[in-house]
Design a protein around this ligand. Structure first.
Ligand code: EPU
Length: 427
């Protein structure tokens, strides 16, 4: 029942440093299972989603050592089981990467059906299509997926849908398969490239990551490595939008500006100034915000993980904007919460039509998922009055020290621990 309480209206100003990418970290920690030595992973974000995956590996027998807040060492050679416990796996979508990683290591994986944010059906048919092409058979029973191969053999796989998860999972299984695997219509997200670079740093031979054709030459040994995770594109984008929403001036450090181009382009279209430097980006907004239309797309298009944040920003822009969510079926659930703060938005299937209002008003709202939750936080920062956000565990799954980082930028935000109400005892 912990809450964020925000007193809106402060302009964000100053500097903020971006942490390692959540979605890269989840896949890389799972990918460490494939290593025949010790993986030292640096720039790992201190967030609960990553902590859950690390705990799963620990539970399965890996030796995990925390070197410092952003560095861990994983020795996976002591893992003796190919079964990932259901109760832990269902807490995070990223644990689905244990399917590919355990299959690559043991030719057998039994993994609970993954959880994560709930925005519609999130099938894994493309993951299973890939594993099958590599020679595996699978069955689904009691919420577990059991995937087994006598021997994994490289093959060509055409993905029917561009899927980040399927692309990474197939790479993880294929690095230790015999022969060459080719993934066509692969996802090109920055974290797909980061996972490939991580595996290559252990001795894998993966080429083409970041394009839509990825070739993996299987190998039988992957040595220990030290690898630093890329900065989080979505965390950076979130601070960019927060700066714009509050009429602020923020220098966002430790970013790869190239990864932020689709977000920068839309902010500029809305009248926000974005200055790019080598590894930082400055966002300044002084005037009013213009309307704009946005369609979420696979990378390098506008990321679906920025959709709730940008929709929130458009709710205080002048004029009518349209946001088309083309990746997930049900990613506008948070709109009802935003409307409680005075936003004027109507949703019809994949489309949201946003009539900009002068300002939002603080209200008690809920985080319905991770990015929706952070969108409520942005709304609270720019609203008049006080906003209280419930279910903040969603936000803490993916944003390191968000309260401290926002406070350092001048936000009036605090985290309240609210004790659960006592349940009256039956007399
Ligand atoms: N899809 C299928 N079949 C599959 C796989 C995907 O139909 O086998 C569909 C999905 O239902 C969706 C689309 O393909 O409509 C794209 O899904 P994708 O597989 O790319 O998403 P994901 O791997 O489940 C990751 C991120 C999400 C992010 C999406 C899209 C992780 C752990 N999750 O999910 O991140 O939204 O890619 O970029 O990497 C977040 O960080 O808040 C988050 C939800």
């Amino acid at each position: 029942m912990d809450k964020f309480v925000i007193n809106g209206g402060n302009r964000l100003h100053g500097e903020v440093s971006i942490s390692g990418a959540k979605n890269a970290a989840l896949a890389i920690v799972c990918g460490s299972v494939l290593c025949d030595g010790i993986c030292r992973i640096e720039n790992i974000p201190d967030i609960t989603d990553v902590a859950s995956i690390v705990r799963i590996l620990d539970d399965m027998g890996a030796k995990v050592r925390t070197v410092n807040r952003s560095t861990i060492e994983i020795d996976p050679t002591t893992i003796k089981t190919h079964v990932a416990p259901y109760e832990l796996v269902r807490q995070s979508r990223g644990s689905s990467y244990l399917m590919g990683a355990l299959l690559g290591r043991f030719s057998h994986a039994v993994v609970g059906m993954p959880g994560g944010c709930n925005f519609g059906v999130r099938p894994i048919d493309q993951h299973l299509k890939g594993f099958t092409a590599l020679g595996a058979k699978y069955s689904l029973e009691g919420g577990m997926v059991d995937i087994f191969a006598e021997k994994l053999k490289g093959n060509s796989i055409y993905l029917d849908i561009i899927s980040v998860g399927a692309t990474i999972n197939i790479i993880l299984a294929a690095v230790r398969a015999q022969g060459t695997t080719v993934i066509e219509n692969a996802a090109k997200e920055p974290h797909v490239v980061d996972v490939a670079n991580f595996l290559n740093s252990m001795g894998a031979d993966i080429r083409g990551a970041g394009t839509d054709v990825i070739k993996i030459h299987g190998c039988s040994y992957l040595g220990g490595t030290t690898y630093s995770i890329i900065p989080d594109q979505i965390e950076a984008g979130t601070y960019m939008v927060a700066a714009a929403a509050t009429g602020g001036d923020v220098l966002i450090r430790n970013v790869i500006p190239k990864h932020l181009e689709s977000i920068s382009a839309k902010l500029e279209e809305m009248g926000v100034t974005v200055e790019e430097y080598d590894d930082s980006i400055r966002v300044v907004r002084s005037g009013t915000l213009n309307k704009c239309n946005i369609k979420t797309m696979p990378h390098p298009g506008f990321p679906t993980d920025m959709q709730p944040q940008i929709t929130t920003l458009l709710s205080i822009a002048q004029g009518t904007s349209i946001v088309n969510e083309s990746i997930f079926d049900n990613r506008f659930r948070y709109v009802e919460e935003l409307k409680r703060m005075g936003a004027q938005i109507s949703v019809d299937g994949h489309l949201a039509v946003i009539e900009g209002v002068e300002h939002l008003n603080g209200a008690p709202v809920k985080a319905t998922d991770l990015r929706a939750g952070v969108a409520m936080l942005i709304a609270g920062l720019c609203a008049h009055g006080v906003t209280q956000i419930e279910d903040i565990f969603h936000i803490e799954r993916g944003y390191e020290c968000i309260v401290e980082k926002m406070q350092a930028l001048g936000a009036d935000i605090k985290r309240l621990s609210v004790p659960e109400p006592a349940i009256p005892r039956a007399i």
